[in-house]
Design a protein around this ligand. Structure first.
Ligand code: ATP
Length: 258
């Protein structure tokens, strides 16, 4: 994978960094007569890891789709400063192309095989470069999907429940991988998740989407050890669960919010 864009250093780079990776103002989105997003405002800072929580049907995926430019018309403004990449819960790899070809698909790389191998090595999947996507395990497919998303060095990486379909052990290893990739490439990340503990583990900031707007925008202690169920996050955890209408439980572990 190419190194991060060197233009982010120096005076011009500082000005570039000051621009939010995404700037959303008064975003409105309806399906038929049903409004989903109702005047939503949001800034995502460069390099910031943000988790987006909200009850089922609150519009999280709709917001991601608008940011990714995958949805048609909307009201208000959504400005993305730079390249955007998306990874979904179901890795959308083309089954008729080998894993390596999926990674560099549409990238215009002049040395696609070499570039794909480097990107796959970064996610620990170099041995599967010549595999067909349908032969990958869920965790492997998600790693390939991350390699493909990061290959373009996006300034904004949108993750729509990318860990949702993985078993607990695989999920933990992909969590570690995402944190590692984020630290190395430093895109701004917007992660949709139903799991408050996952948000507290991974993100710098937690948002809750309620009634078409960001109802809670909570910073997470950046100095904390990034581990599950860290007691320092207990107050914030209770606040987020309260915002989602879930009764907090004292037990550790995953807290589904649907
Ligand atoms: N293409 C579409 N056509 C019609 N309605 C849609 C469409 N996409 C989403 N919706 C509706 O918009 C609302 C928000 O959907 P969205 O998928 O954004 O919610 P979500 O918060 O991501 O939900 P979940 O957590 O269950 O994935 C829902 O009521 C959904 O039925």
């Amino acid at each position: 994978m190419a190194p991060r864009n060197p233009t982010v250093t120096g005076a011009a780079g500082a000005a570039e960094l000051a621009e939010p990776a995404a700037r959303v103002r008064g975003l409105e989105k309806s399906f038929g007569d049903d409004p989903v997003l109702r005047g939503l405002d949001l800034d995502l800072a460069p390099g910031e890891f943000t988790a987006l929580l909200g009850r089922s049907g609150s519009g999280k995926s709709t917001l991601l789709r608008v940011l990714a430019g995958l949805d048609g018309e909307h009201g208000g403004e959504a400005v993305i400063d730079g390249t955007v990449a998306v990874a979904f819960q179901e890795p959308r790899l083309l089954p008729w192309k080998k894993v390596w070809a999926n990674v560099v698909l549409g990238s215009g790389s002049t040395e696609p095989r070499k570039d794909a191998e480097a990107a796959l090595a970064e996610v620990g999947l170099e041995a599967r470069a010549d595999a067909w996507p349908l032969t990958l395990s869920g965790g492997e497919a998600q790693r390939a999907s991350l390699a493909r998303a990061l290959f373009r060095e996006p300034r904004l990486l949108l993750l729509d429940e990318p860990f949702g379909a993985l078993d607990a052990l695989t999920r933990a290893s992909v969590h570690d991988l995402v944190l590692d990739l984020w630290r190395r490439h430093r895109p701004a990340i917007l992660l949709v998740t139903h799991d408050v503990d996952e948000a507290l583990l991974l993100a710098d900031r937690a948002l809750v989407l309620t009634d078409g707007r960001i109802s809670h925008d909570l910073p997470i202690d950046l100095e904390r050890p990034r581990r599950r169920a860290d007691p320092r996050s207990a107050g914030l955890r209770a606040e987020l669960l309260g915002a989602l209408g879930v009764t907090p439980e004292p037990a550790e572990g995953t807290e589904p919010t649907r």
